[in-house]
Ligand binder design. Sequence first.
Ligand code: GRF
Length: 194
Amino acid sequence: MAKLIGSRKKKIAVFISGKGSNLKNLIKHSLKKNSYFEITLVISNNPKAKGLEYAKKFFIKRKIINYKNVNIAEKNILEEVKKNKIELICLAGFMKILSSDLIKKFKGRIINIHPSLLPKYKGLNTHQRAIDGKEKYSGCTVHYVNSKLDSGKIILQKKVKILKLDTCKKLAKKILKQEHILYPRALKKVLINL
Ligand code: GRF
């Protein structure tokens, strides 16, 4: 931690596609007195993402990336990330898969939050699949992004008990609450070593 005290805040970009509750939570953390990061860029592939409203409210630069052509989309992403001197990319509900080329260019500097206890339940519909799989626990994981989906090195995880009466919606709500605790913690862990 000592390394961060007194040093400048690290510049973070958050990539979103929808609701943006994790973004909202990270913004809240970034505004704390002793915060170790600032969010200077929000990227969304979806112009209607609700999360963009939070970015606007806090005067954070927003960039909508048109994904009709993936190569052009990624060229634009890279340009924005470089232009804004971004040190770490945080994916938070970003529904596009980044190419291994882009990941290589930003090696070790892209992290993601996933709503399951990885390596279990990579991909989509994690809550329903965990319930159907009769799991006792699910949870959330913050991990580095590598070229395989939801497979990079785990940074932090939080377990959440699945109760008999939990529906997919109930479980999603419980896990999201934990995501909001886990992501800032994981971010701190990553930034200390950056
Ligand atoms: C979260 O559950 C996150 O784990 C997953 O997508 C969801 C995004 O939620 N990758 P929000 O947009 O941050 O509210």
